[in-house]
Design a protein around this ligand. Structure first.
Ligand SMILES: *Cc1c(COP(=O)(O)O)cnc(C)c1O
Length: 357
């Protein structure tokens, strides 16, 4: 069976050896040695100033929206994982969708200004599949209308835009270190911002608002990453370059072996250093998608419909139609991209797709 992704597990001895430190320190929570070490390594690796490590990649969205959303209208993309929209609703804000760019699949910045109202507080956009939004245009709009910008950068580990970490754009970025993502800590995530005082406010909020043992800075929750998660991250991190190289190689094989009829690929924005963490294919019709999916399944290959449905169709939101997002969501399939996929497996998958088309 070949699935859309496969979790990379480091050699068990290496994780065990890292965990030994917990038995020495007897500290398994609350920003212990492993948590601090992972934070330092990620800051260096990602070239960011401030990073908060969290228990998953959804809490950062909730904390950021709680701090900056002000229960207002949030301009957002309908083409993302459900967490982008559900977090908005969870924090008592109102999602206001803007349709996506048909090539880049991220929010269409040209349509943002049309939906700004006095109740708009911020823009929450997703760099979907690690493909950067038009960050410059979005920043201009945000400045003009005094709006904050949050990027759901869950797919963006290691992505750079114009030689800077993509995490450094907007007021803040969130990331996910879930087992299905490029870099993982089992479950886990992060909040990244260049702004020191915003970082401090977010940091208090991810730890109950604690200011020392007995004082409280303000309202907070618990979003801390544990030592066990940080230990997994430390064990995975040394392999990230190899994993990334493999994914690039696998993508190149798909490029070589897939026919160019009946489907198109994601357009990556110029000046992007991409991470190759997804291989989305957009078919000409949903009929063709179902046909290909069925054929692949019969051969034990299980791609995923990232992302379906278009989020404006969620049962708990009220929103008008989003023609492009809905159309893409019905026709897009992410092909298997496990770090250890072999060339002959890519050939097999490509042949099945080519012959179905
Ligand atoms: C994975 C993902 C999340 C949520 O991350 P978790 O770590 O699973 O909580 C949020 N947004 C997007 C776009 C994602 O793909």
């Amino acid at each position: 069976m070949i699935n859309v992704t496969k979790t990379f597990l480091p050699p068990k001895e290496e994780y065990d050896r890292i965990l030994e430190e917990i038995w020495h320190s007897n500290q398994i929570a609350n920003g212990g040695k492993l948590h601090l070490e992972l934070r330092k390594k990620l800051k260096e690796r990602l070239e960011v100033d401030n990073i908060i490590l969290t228990a998953n990649g959804t809490l950062p969205l909730q904390i950021a929206l709680n701090l900056l959303g002000n229960e207002g209208e949030i301009i957002t993309t309908p083409f993302s994982y459900v967490a982008t929209t559900s977090s908005i609703v969870w924090e008592k804000c109102t999602p206001v969708f803007v349709d996506i760019d048909p090539d880049y699949l991220s929010i269409d910045e040209r349509k943002i200004e049309d939906v700004i109202t006095p109740r708009t507080t911020l823009i929450l956009a997703t760099h979907v599949f690690g493909n950067p939004c038009n960050v410059e245009a979005i920043e201009k709009i945000a400045r003009k209308h005094s709006l904050k910008v949050i990027y759901d950068a869950a797919h963006c580990f290691g992505v750079k835009y114009k030689k800077r970490s993509i995490f450094n754009y907007g007021n803040l970025s969130t990331c996910s270190f879930h087992a299905t993502k490029l870099f993982h800590t089992g479950e886990g995530g992060a909040i990244i911002t260049e702004n020191r005082s915003l970082h401090e406010q977010l940091f208090y909020r991810h730890n109950f608002g604690h200011e020392g043992e007995l004082a409280y800075h303000g309202l907070g929750i618990n979003a801390k990453m544990s030592e066990l998660q940080a230990g997994m991250g430390l064990a995975v991190l040394p392999y990230i370059d190899t994993i990334k190289t493999n994914l690039e190689q696998i993508s190149n094989w798909y490029d070589t072996y897939l026919n160019v009829h009946g489907y198109r690929k994601l357009a990556i924005r110029e000046f992007t250093e991409w991470n190759y963490s997804y291989y989305p294919v957009i078919f000409e019709s949903d009929k063709l998608l179902f046909k290909v999916q069925k054929k692949l399944n019969e051969h034990g290959v299980f791609p995923r419909r990232y992302f379906y449905p278009s989020l404006n169709k969620l049962p708990y939101v009220t929103a008008g139609p989003m023609a492009i997002s809905e159309s893409i969501a019905e026709r897009i399939l992410c092909l298997p991209l496990a770090f250890d996929l072999k060339e002959k497996e890519v050939v097999k998958i490509s042949k099945i797709i080519n012959s179905s088309i």
